[in-house]
Design a protein around this ligand. Structure first.
Ligand code: NAD
Ligand code: MLT
Length: 313
């Protein structure tokens, strides 16, 4: 028998799939403290997570039977991959299932920030009728600069072209030929910063991308640019963004992800009117959650029963 612990909320379809395997004993417990997790993991062969469970070195070291840590979703910021690899534990994610959903959220944020939709909604619900105050901007024919043309960046580009935006992109790890074949103009980072009316980031958070959009980068942007971050907190420096908004360089920002989640009450973006915020909702649709739950279940089943490894990091 294999013991499977699901320690974050996972869509029912994935849990049912895991439970249908006769060789699996599945425990779903989404309220474990870190100390409790360290105890429970001792008996587990697989740990299935989303983003809340912090799979730190001590948890991994306690997992003497642990064979696989499987993330329903993309980002593995909450897993100590080095510690897992050293212990011979496979770490896998589900890189496909929430791509469309996250790209759609990016486009939703882009339109929301352009047309002041959340602010206007709050104002109307507060009994006001402020038509002048919430005049927005068309996105038609505007330049959208995409940083990171991976799975999500490509879908964002495709949807933005449907809105008749001019899409340019910077990605040092994808050849400009490939980018151009996607119908996107490949440019340098500096050119993207200088030309874009909207900038959206779709990279992982790495040493290289942390603070990629910082004070210096904001200085190179067009006055009136809009910034969207639906990737990872920290790629856009939050203090510098707040400053750039106050200075009038940035006209508005839409942010789904934060350096610390949830952001503390004194976070510099929380009280700025030109900022639209969502609580890490990029992947939060019924469809995406079902996709990643089914994918993670299939991958754990295939690995434990057949030794087939998919989407290992
Ligand atoms: P991906 O790996 O498919 O693509 C990332 C791209 O970024 C790659 O093409 C890579 O070459 C590029 N890149 C890496 N370093 C770069 C740099 N320094 N400058 C420019 N480009 C660089 O990843 P993805 O699936 O498209 O995910 C993108 C991001 O979105 C990740 O951070 C992921 O965690 C995040 N994400 C967020 C949500 C959410 O809920 N908000 C949901 C899913 C994914
Ligand atoms: C991801 O990395 O997949 C997203 O951030 C969504 C999530 O938190 O699951």
């Amino acid at each position: 028998m294999y013991k499977i612990l699901v320690s974050d909320p996972l869509a029912e379809a994935g849990i049912e799939k895991l439970m249908s395997v006769p060789e699996f004993e599945v425990e779903v417990n989404t309220s474990l403290t870190h100390e409790e997790l360290r105890e429970v993991v001792k008996e587990c062969d697989a740990l299935v997570i989303r983003s809340s469970t912090k799979v730190t070195r001590d948890v991994i070291e306690a997992g003497d039977r642990l064979k696989v840590i499987a993330r329903a979703g993309i980002g593995l910021d909450n897993v100590d991959i080095d510690a897992a690899t050293r212990k011979g534990i496979v770490v896998m994610n589900t890189p496909e299932g929430n791509v469309i959903t996250t790209a759609e959220h990016t486009i939703a944020l882009l339109l929301a920030v352009s047309r002041n939709i959340p602010q206007a909604d709050a104002s109307l619900k507060a009994g006001k009728w402020e038509k002048k105050k919430f005049r927005g901007k068309e996105v038609f024919n505007k330049v959208l600069g995409i940083i990171g043309v991976g799975r999500i960046g490509r879908v964002v580009a495709d949807r933005a072209k449907g809105l008749k935006m001019q899409v340019i992109a910077y990605d040092p790890y994808i050849s400009s030929d490939v980018v151009e074949r996607l119908g996107i103009e490949a440019v340098s980072l500096d050119e993207l910063l200088a030309r874009s009316d909207y900038i959206t980031v779709h990279t992982p958070l790495t040493q290289e991308t942390r603070n990629l959009l910082n004070k210096d980068a904001f200085k190179k942007m067009k006055k009136g640019v809009f910034i969207i971050n639906c990737a990872r907190g920290g790629i856009v420096n939050e203090e510098d963004l707040a400053e750039a908004i106050k200075e009038g360089i940035v006209a508005g920002a839409a942010i789904d992800v934060f350096t610390v989640e949830p952001p503390p009450p004194d976070h510099p973006l929380l009280n700025l009117e030109k900022v639209v915020l969502t609580p890490h909702l990029g992947a939060s649709t019924d469809e995406a959650q079902e996709n990643v739950a089914i994918a993670v279940a299939d991958q754990v089943i295939d690995y434990l029963l057949k030794g087939t490894i998919r989407n290992a990091i």
